[in-house]
Design a protein around this ligand. Structure first.
Ligand code: CA
Length: 224
């Protein structure tokens, strides 16, 4: 899997590149919009992470050009926080997803995996962990084949954690994923804990397996 990152903040580019390489992706980075556009016409990639604000040619223009040229590679746009017009313009130009800055690496990973799964047309949309199975297309979760009665947000937390298996996920990252810009740290600080508690309550009668572990002082993890 080859990923192209176009981001002019070199510190952020380095961080993303290193992180994705650790996840065993082949990564190429570019800070300049015009060079990025040239590169995209030279080499095929499996996924493009594209910042909107770039010197020279901006991200939306790059996106427009490659879509006009029938390059259908999935694109995740990086937008400024709360810029609704950027989001709409991005989706209009043919972006597959967008992520508002600042974002956590876990959130980016979840989005990348979702795009790559979609792209590979994977027939089997399930994720399995011990007795838990999640169908990411039908948005259903099962324990030993029994359907769990989860709310949309509970499902979303479980799916996010499974996408990030073997990582310790901070409460903030979970909140960011599930509530996005709507999350208010002050009034909603215990929301994640309450949701995790409810998920455990629904799982407990069906299995002895520990699905979600608490990592004291940090957050939660699903570990092999
Ligand atoms: Ca930028």
């Amino acid at each position: 899997m080859k990923i192209f990152i176009v981001e002019d903040e070199s510190a952020l580019l380095d961080k993303l590149k290193k992180g994705l390489e650790q996840e065993k992706y082949i990564v190429e980075g570019e800070t300049d919009g015009e060079k990025a556009l040239d590169r995209l016409f030279e080499v095929p990639f499996d996924l493009i992470i594209l910042d909107i604000m770039l010197p020279g040619v901006d991200g939306l223009t790059i996106l427009k050009h490659i879509r006009e040229a029938e390059i259908k590679t999935p694109v995740i746009l990086l937008t400024a926080r709360n810029s609704v017009s950027d989001k709409i313009a991005g989706l209009d130009c043919g972006a597959d997803d967008y992520l508002a800055k600042p974002f956590s690496f876990e959130e980016l990973m979840a989005r990348i995996r979702a795009q790559l799964r979609r792209e590979s047309g994977q027939k089997d949309s399930s994720l399995q962990y011990k007795s838990l199975r999640i169908d990411t297309l039908k948005r259903e979760a099962f324990i030993n084949g029994t359907l769990l009665d989860l709310t949309m947000r509970e499902f979303s937390i479980l799916e996010f954690m499974l996408y990030n298996k073997n990582r310790v996920i901070e409460r903030f990252s979970i909140a960011e994923h599930v509530w996005g810009d709507d999350f208010d740290t002050f009034s909603m600080s215990n929301f994640v804990d309450v949701h995790i508690k409810n998920i455990r309550k629904k799982i407990a009668p069906l299995t002895e397996d520990t699905i979600i572990e608490t990592v004291r002082g940090i957050g939660y993890a699903i570990k092999d």
